[in-house]
Design a protein around this ligand. Sequence first.
Ligand code: ATP
Length: 447
Amino acid sequence: MPPRVTAHDNDDAAGSSELMERIVSLCKRRGFVFPSAEIYGGFRSTYDYGPLGVLMLRNVKNAWWRSMVQMHDNIVGLDAAILSSPRIWETSGHLAGFTDPLVDCRNCGERWRADQIEGTCPKCGSGDLTDARDFNLMFKTHAGPVEDEGAVAYLRPETAQGMFVNFLNVVQTTRKRPPFGIAQVGKSFRNEITPGNFVFRTREFEQMEMEYFVPPPDAATWFDRWVAERHRWYVDLGIPEAMLRLRPHDAEELSHYSVATTDIEFAFPWGWGELEGIANRTDFDLSAHAAATGERLEYFDQATGERYVPYVIEPAAGATRSMMAFLIAAYTEDVVDGEARVVLRLHPRIAPVHVAVLPLSRRDELKEVSGEVLSALQPSYQCDLDVTQSIGRRYRRQDEIGTPLCVTVDFDTLDDRAVTVRDRDTTAQVRVPIDGLADEIRSRLGF
Ligand code: ATP
């Protein structure tokens, strides 16, 4: 067994890359994340989410949706098209300004983002770089059969604009009044110059964004509230506070639409990296779309007769990037009963499998009662029925994928109608009657 490594105590560079290697290898080996098109040699830092990854990613998105939409009576959801009018991107500033500065190394031909390197090529060390030129990050395509300028369309580089262009639709259909929010989860695409660090930066990724429309005088207060609430979300889902920090942007760093932005950053093995940005976008977007279309994107208060363009506070998070942060924060190697194990200490809400049902033997006698246990739990929980290899091996496998609880069915179960519930973190085991099992699981998982 290699030396103990956890995300919490890796300060040296070698330890961090070793930790990353172990996590990437676990993801591949256990079916969280596969390199895309692997049988064709892969494809440019793209990834596919495997049977466990898809469960976990969905749980991350559901946890966000629950905290944003379900738990706020003034936030509603939206699912806008990925391909839409290119005029949106003209108005939002993405066509003109969504660029990164690109430089080429004349020595080895490698391309870099000028703002991410320090004057020399990180690959070959040469200082012979081209001048930086702007590179637009939007993916361009054509809508319809004719590939001419009039048919150009873009894959959305953020989900936010879908919320702004539907502002009137949502206000009219829901009768919400500021402060209220529109939330959306979905794919975004950016032709990143330097994708990398596993799924930290990919060209196709998922975002979780919410636009919160407020009366302009209240914007600063709501900004602070959302920074605090979003920080708490990561902590509540198990990321230690020491692995998170808030980083306010200084004036030069602010985007053209923002008067205040604070990033929530995570201690990735290679250093601090953004998980989410909270921005005060003012009335920039609504006003720009109103000017471009002639529509009045305003709120009219019938009671007071007041009409105004709300300000927008936007918490914008990455689903794929935060799934990776949850994995890194959860990864632990420890020793139980003298035996080393890898365990993902994931919060039960985001663990891919909630409960594993483990019949002690494959013998027919245990089949029926195991099936009964499974049917009692499946309507509420993602379960895994595992019948292969020794029980100890099976516990290790479930620990390694972060399953919070294992339920073991043995031959005594046939007599006492009870099963053993084992806890991933403490490895403690208790005997529980099948009749009370669903309640026991609910009280332990917390949902
Ligand atoms: P970065 O500075 O890392 O390029 P950004 O500031 O451009 O990110 P935003 O536009 O604020 O990112 O997007 C909101 C969130 O979407 C980010 O905090 C991140 O979690 C996620 N995100 C952005 N770009 C990518 C990407 N290429 N791959 C994965 N997630 C991304």
